[in-house]
Design a protein around this ligand. Structure first.
Ligand code: FHN
Length: 418
């Protein structure tokens, strides 16, 4: 189950398994991912043609020369960007951390970098630094902030990995790129924006153990509390990262996170309308948390700086559900019953939470495999905590609930152990 969800190189560094620096993250469970860059301008189309695949890969998929792609910067003017609104949305959704692309594979920096002119302040009419504005808002509204940084692929930099249509890979100095470009940029990101909770590296590809190790050390030296995700590579990250949109079949003996999309793309694409339903997203969150993981759910704002309305609506629906049921998510651990057809379980202290995705028609809930010392059952949505009739015999627990599902997406029953 681990093998198909978490690649070895992206697994957790074994010594990090019980590191208390991760405690806030272990409790947080739910974060907002933001993919935002120049690719939001073509939004999936190049020279009138639909380019298949995820939006932020358009430069590679359409093999757009650097000289052409970089001209997008002159058009990038996201006047509707409002850091306060983005942070407020994450808070409303019940997300506890926010991770935004500082530099994706296309090499464009969405922050003010002294290492290049290919950044939002130097190369666009916008001239503002969204990461500075988000950092200030995260401080103000009390949200942890992390930066995504593509450490290996950089299709703009002559020595970065991945662009074989402008550059000859045999001539590239990847080691020099890491030393003289990646490290100074990581230094900027961990120096100029206050406390950074996570650096989210990605697509480690051929990065060496020494290179991953030295990046890890640089992060720790600059901000000892900053977590480094598993896509640093070489099994050196603080926590494991699954493949995109992949949920393990069961529990995993690691701290792990699933990065995932609400539609199919990460970066904005005009014609991607394949939105997952709120019900599906709530159940995915519960599924992940029931197995001990975190859910990092993505939005792809437009070139104007607007988060698509379908994403907003779904995040708000998740937040509304969490408002009532957050106790069964935040700070919980993997539940005692795995793989049940009726739903999922999570646990905290002396409580077990049954998450019923499909409510039985007669309201009679029958579960096997629970501990036999249960003393009370009640609906988490019931502030009065009115006990539901509960009986246990021969390893089977029966709870009598209302005939109608109190929540069509996931009704949570709290079981208290003696
Ligand atoms: O190539 C990237 C992709 O564009 C996106 O950033 C995702 C997010 O997890 N990571 C890579 C693919 O796994």
């Amino acid at each position: 189950m681990r093998a198909n969800a978490i690649r070895k190189a992206r697994d957790q560094r074994p010594e990090a398994r019980h590191d208390p620096r991760l405690n806030w993250w272990r409790e947080a469970k739910f974060g907002l991912f933001i993919h935002w860059g120049l690719y939001a301008i073509p939004a999936g189309k190049w020279q009138g043609e639909e380019i298949p695949g995820i939006g932020e890969w358009i430069m590679l998929r359409a093999r757009i020369p650097v000289a052409e792609y970089e001209q997008l910067a002159a058009q990038f003017n996201p006047v509707s960007f409002n850091a306060a609104e983005w942070v407020a949305l994450a808070k409303q959704a019940g997300q506890k951390y926010l991770i935004i692309t500082a530099k994706h594979h296309d090499g464009f920096c969405i922050y003010h970098s002294a290492a290049t002119d290919y950044d939002i302040v130097a190369a666009t009419p916008f001239k503002r630094d969204p990461l500075a504005e988000l950092a200030a808002e995260c401080q103000k509204q009390g949200l942890k902030l992390g930066f995504y940084y593509s450490q290996t692929q950089d299709w703009h930099h002559p020595d970065g990995d991945g662009n074989d249509w402008d550059y000859d890979p045999a001539q590239q100095d990847f080691a020099g790129y890491i030393e003289n470009y990646v490290k100074p940029q990581v230094r900027e990101l961990l120096t100029n924006y206050g406390p950074i909770a996570i650096i989210w590296f990605d697509t480690p590809k051929g990065i060496t153990v020494e290179q991953s190790q030295s990046l890890l050390e640089l992060c720790y030296q600059l901000q000892p509390d900053c977590l480094v995700c598993g896509r640093l590579g070489n099994t050196l990250g603080d926590y494991a990262t699954t493949n995109d949109n992949t949920i393990p079949d069961g529990t995993v003996d690691a701290d792990w996170e699933t990065p995932a999309t609400i539609n199919d793309t990460w970066g904005f694409k005009t014609d991607d309308h394949n939105w997952k339903s709120s019900r599906d997203l709530i159940q995915k969150l519960v599924d992940i948390v029931s197995k001990g993981g975190n859910y990092l759910l993505n939005v792809g704002p437009t070139a104007a700086g607007i988060i698509p309305q379908p994403s907003i609506e779904r995040l708000q629906a998740m937040g509304a559900w969490l408002q009532v049921n957050g106790e069964a998510i935040y700070g919980t651990q993997a539940g005692p019953i795995q793989g049940a057809a009726w739903g999922r379980t999570t646990a905290k202290d002396n409580r077990i939470y049954l998450h019923l995705f499909d409510w039985p028609a007669d309201g009679q809930i029958t579960v096997s495999g629970l501990p036999d010392n249960l003393k009370q059952a009640h609906l988490l949505s019931d502030p009065a905590q009115t006990p539901l009739p509960l009986s246990q015999a021969d390893g089977t627990t029966t709870i009598s609930g209302p005939a109608q599902a109190p929540d069509p997406d996931d009704t949570v029953i709290v079981l208290t152990q003696a």
